[in-house]
Design a protein around this ligand. Structure first.
Ligand code: SF4
Length: 578
């Protein structure tokens, strides 16, 4: 049986316990949100000893189910003050599942200025002093672990931003090549890890065993069917591998929903230069890699390896959101410069969406002009230097906007919006407004139906139907995040009922009992119910489920649209919760 490990950073002790009750069959987001909701005082300071960082592989992770290597990390967020679950690809979750870790709970707080490494293997968890890693970026931090522990381990680490306990700090997870390129980016969970004094968690899967389904035949049949569904869908079978997530750039720009220069326009004149098609050509010409999997067992392979003109590695991807955040949102159309910013974010341990949005607000504030590549790289250098300006920037868009008196700040509950303007994709606007996580596209990706025609059609420019769309997607995402599947499987699942059936079949095989579609969706409802309850107890009300005023008053070209889903309708999103 996989175990819950409690690592107390106040007295440097480790205890293990067997999961019981509802935790037995919980994984990923259900596990992190259940534990945070039941064990963390909702009104505590997110960087205090009372907060807990819960790290959990998904329920299917490690079983060999296609695209099931997600790692969920949960805590009370320093960025939003809400409950938070942020998940990532990479090899960390599979390694943890292999050594029998149900979840790791980091509790308490060590003496100020002390840093530690956790070593996780089949024997359990040990805590080692690691002050020699102080001030290192993620790339150097993981290189030192590979030197000492060999190249089969996986690492979860924080960069300088996490050590600064900055609200935009991420937790890096190493990928198939051992690079710290996959991130639990959103919500500042790297700051919580920093507050616990944990610089890196090294997971050595040697001698471990993958979780074994109780009904191996049923599981195998479900996994086979699921792979076939993913393979035959045009996006999960081919499109994402060829053009990556950044295939969206031209599509979203054509729809007038590509936020440009800090959400002041809906189309960017430089889109072609930073599009997925252009990125594909650059990568192929230079000898980089397309169709790259961030973890073993991913069949979609949306990732890529981006190299410079000499063929030297710069970074992974970058992904659509990152290219938009540092590109169109900042008026920048230079793919190489964006790749360098992505590399800096990954190394410093920063959420790329939050940092792109923050630089956009800095440009709005006049700190540097829109389109200033050197200036944008310089701002990231301020974070690297841990200067006062660096601290301000790494606190996120909301804090910088307040410090500089900027009124156009695209955040909800303190978290920056991703790459879709909610005036032109109203379904995702409903998700931004109401998600338990603050503005988050992955929490209920209504773009799929609003703009990509997946799972039906709902006019992106009209308020009708958006609440129901967002509600259903938020529930489905709660389930996907809990079983540990990559959210991109939803592209196939929205179009093909067989894909959903295959997921239930895999779960039935794993648990050795029938799991219906209703059982599966019930996971998402349970997750959202607990998260809403936590947020309410932390002081959040329906008044927090709103977009910033400028989305309701400033028209967005070319559709001259405003966000007009009424407050009353927004309050209906969670009508299934008592
Ligand atoms: S589809 Fe992309 S993000 Fe998802 S698991 Fe595969 S490579 Fe990682």
């Amino acid at each position: 049986m996989s175990m819950i490990y409690r690592v107390n950073m106040s007295d440097l002790s480790v205890k293990s316990e067997a999961p019981s009750g509802g935790l037995l069959e919980a994984g990923g987001r259900e596990l992190t949100s259940t534990m945070v909701a039941s064990e963390v005082p909702p009104t505590c300071h997110p960087l205090s000893a009372e907060n807990k960082l819960v790290i959990a592989p998904g329920l299917l992770t490690g079983t060999g189910a296609p695209c099931s290597g997600r790692l969920s990390v949960g805590a009370k967020s320093p960025l939003t003050g809400t409950i938070k679950e942020s998940n990532s690809g990479g090899m960390g979750a599979i390694a943890l599942a292999t050594v029998g870790v149900k979840c790791i709970v980091l509790e308490g707080k060590p003496e100020k200025g002390k840093l530690y490494r956790l070593v996780v293997n089949t024997e359990g968890i040990t805590i080692e002093a690691a002050n020699d890693l102080a001030g290192l970026g993620n790339y150097d931090t993981v290189a030192k672990q590979f030197e000492r522990f060999g190249d089969k381990v996986s690492c979860l680490s924080i960069g300088q931003a996490g050590e600064m306990q900055a609200a935009a700090a991420s937790i890096a997870v190493t990928d198939v090549e051992g690079r710290p390129t996959r991130h639990c980016g959103r919500g500042g969970l790297g700051a919580v890890m920093g507050s616990k004094g944990v610089k890196v968690i090294v997971v050595d899967p040697a001698g471990g065993q993958r979780p074994k389904p109780l009904d191996a035949e049923a599981f195998k049949a479900g996994a086979k069917k699921f792979k076939e569904c993913l393979d035959k869908h045009p996006l999960t079978g081919e499109g994402l591998a060829k053009f990556g997530t950044n295939a969206l750039a031209n599509v979203i720009n054509a729809a007038g929903a590509y936020p440009t220069r800090n959400f002041s326009e809906g189309q960017f004149e430089g889109t072609e230069a930073i599009s997925g098609e252009r990125q594909h050509d650059v990568i192929v010409e230079r000898g980089g890699k397309i169709a790259h999997a961030c973890h073993r067992g991913c069949t979609i392979k949306c990732s890529r390896i981006y190299v410079d003109e000499q063929g030297k590695y710069i970074t992974k991807g970058p992904e659509y959101e990152t290219i938009w955040a540092h590109g169109a949102n900042c008026g920048i159309d230079d793919l190489d410069a964006i790749a360098h910013m992505d590399r800096m974010d990954d190394d410093l341990g920063l959420d790329t969406i939050e940092m792109g949005a923050t630089i956009g607000v800095a440009m709005e504030a006049g700190i540097i002009p829109f389109g200033d590549v050197k200036g944008a790289l310089g701002l990231l250098q301020e974070v690297a230097k841990c200067s006062p300006m660096g601290h301000l920037l790494a606190s996120g868009a909301d804090v910088l906007g307040k410090a500089y008196g900027v009124s156009r700040v695209p955040t909800v509950k303190g978290q920056a919006m991703p790459a879709y303007d909610p005036r032109a994709v109203k379904g995702v606007g409903v998700t931004y407004a109401t998600s338990t996580m603050g503005a988050d596209h992955t929490a209920g990706y209504a773009v799929a139906t609003n703009l990509l025609g997946l799972g039906g059609t709902v006019d992106p420019l009209k308020p009708e139907g958006q609440v129901e769309l967002s509600r259903n997607l938020q529930i489905a995402t709660g389930s996907i995040d809990s079983v540990g599947l990559c959210v991109f499987i939803a592209f196939a699942a929205l179009d093909d009922a067989e894909a959903g059936e295959a997921v239930c079949q895999m779960l039935s095989g794993l648990l050795g009992r029938p799991v219906s579609g209703d059982d599966y969706m019930a996971i998402g409802r349970r997750v959202l119910t607990q998260e809403r309850k936590f947020n309410k107890a932390a002081g959040f009300t329906e008044a927090d489920d709103r977009l910033p005023d400028f989305f309701k008053t400033e028209q967005l070209a070319p559709h001259n649209a405003t966000f007009d889903v009424s407050d009353k309708e927004l309050d209906e999103v969670f009508n299934f919760i008592d």
